[in-house]
Design a protein around this ligand. Structure first.
Ligand code: PLP
Length: 393
């Protein structure tokens, strides 16, 4: 497909692909495990077994690759399978740099499996050119990991600044772009070498699929080939049906991300005025410490994820999460329906997440309904007769 088209057009048309065998405009699903060999025992289609490859992967991989401006994409069985395969290429003794606030599953993997693997990890409270430069161990640092906005405080990092520092030390920049999605940030254009996604979130967008993806920048094709081999050897391959569902979900990615960003902005502006809230963490607010970077780097919105802290501390946060009616108290994000979560509870020991913090994923409901729901739950959480109210719910 032409590469001068807007992301909105690329997603809505799923690259405009039509099945050559049937002229079907919706991609057919190919559930086959095996592919026929010819009399010489060679795969006629170049395929043999779905753990290597499946035709249903091609369209979602091509679409994600084009959205990210990459040189190639691979689907994985989950976001974690994609993320971990970047670290599993490393050798014992190799060093990586990660931010303090990062998706907790990665932090926990590095503490458990990564430690057994012999990886050395530096965790930085602040991600600036100076802090990253100081953390880099020449010859030993192989990956500088970014997430922007990052879980669950939605800190923003200037990707190009960090990429310059990492590249001059011979390290690659890997970025988890699950939250921003390529609709709001295209990290390869800012110097990232590899972009990872949990497609279980916005990419699919309907809360009914676990999937992951990796996209490499031009020049990093060998990295992708290594990860392809690893995907086969580790077995972290996506099912054909999930790949099909993913492509269907991505057709509405643009509209979903835009709507949830607009609503999240409205919610952040209301919450910041509420006396029961001590802090609202959202990159779209001018009060966010890196709002200026977000305004430069993010395109057309600040995302559907925001967090806030309560004056009443942990108890008030728990009370509030127990008293929403439209938001659901649940894990994960990026679906059509809004969810709220006491994040410190679900992150394992060593979590830096404040205990008075609630994380919300803003869905596609009407903003007024969501604002009313949060405002009511805040009032209940703040009230003295909370115990009576929770029994009545
Ligand atoms: N990256 C981020 C930012 C996430 O929030 C998650 C899951 O919550 C993952 C990666 C892992 O993805 P998955 O659940 O698809 O394995």
């Amino acid at each position: 497909m032409r590469n001068d088209l807007h992301l909105q057009t690329l997603t809505a048309t799923a690259l405009g692909w039509v099945d050559p065998a049937t002229d079907a405009m919706a991609m057919p699903l190919s559930p086959s495990t095996s592919f026929l060999r010819d009399p010489n025992n060679l795969g006629r289609s170049g395929r043999y077994f779905t753990r290597d490859d499946n035709p249903t992967f091609l369209q979602p991989e091509a679409l994600i690759n084009q959205l990210e401006g990459g040189a190639g994409c691979l689907l994985f069985s989950s976001g974690m399978a994609a993320i971990v395969s970047v670290f599993q290429r490393l050798k014992p003794g190799d060093h990586v740099v990660i931010p303090k606030f990062v998706y907790s599953g990665l932090r926990e993997w590095l503490q458990s499996q990564g430690a057994r693997w012999g990886l050395q990890v530096s965790t930085l409270s602040e991600y600036t050119a100076d802090t990253v430069k100081a953390a880099i161990r020449p010859g030993q640092t192989k990956i500088v990991w970014l997430e922007t906005p990052s879980n669950p405080t939605w800190s923003i990092v200037d990707i190009s600044v960090i990429a310059d520092v990492a590249h001059s030390a011979g390290a690659i920049v890997a970025i988890d772009n699950t939250v921003a999605t390529p609709i709001l940030t295209r990290p390869i254009a800012h110097g990232a070498d590899i972009v990872l996604h949990s497609c279980s979130k916005y990419m699919n967008g309907h809360g009914d699929l676990i999937a992951g993806a990796a996209v490499v920048a031009p020049g990093q094709e060998q990295l992708l080939q290594d990860m392809r081999n690893q995907r086969n050897e580790n077995g972290g391959v996506l099912g054909g049906f999930e790949a099909w569902l993913l492509l269907r979900g991505m057709r509405t990615l643009y509209a979903r991300v835009k709507t949830s960003s607009e609503t999240a902005m409205k919610i952040a502006e209301v919450l910041i005025q509420n006396p029961a809230v001590s802090e609202v963490l959202y990159p779209g607010l001018p009060s966010h410490p890196n709002h200026d970077i977000a305004a430069r780097q993010m395109t057309g919105g600040y995302g559907g994820m925001l967090s806030f802290r309560l004056m009443g501390g942990e108890l008030a946060a728990r009370r509030m999460a127990a008293n929403v009616q439209i938001f659901r108290q649940a894990i994960s994000f990026g679906s059509t329906e809004s969810v709220i979560e006491h994040r410190a509870d679900v992150e394992k020991s060593g979590s830096p997440t404040p205990r008075d913090l609630l994380r919300v994923s803003v869905g596609l409901e009407h903003p007024e309904d969501l604002i009313k729901d949060l405002t009511n739950a805040l009032a209940i959480a703040d009230s003295a007769d909370f115990e009576a109210q929770i029994v009545a719910v």
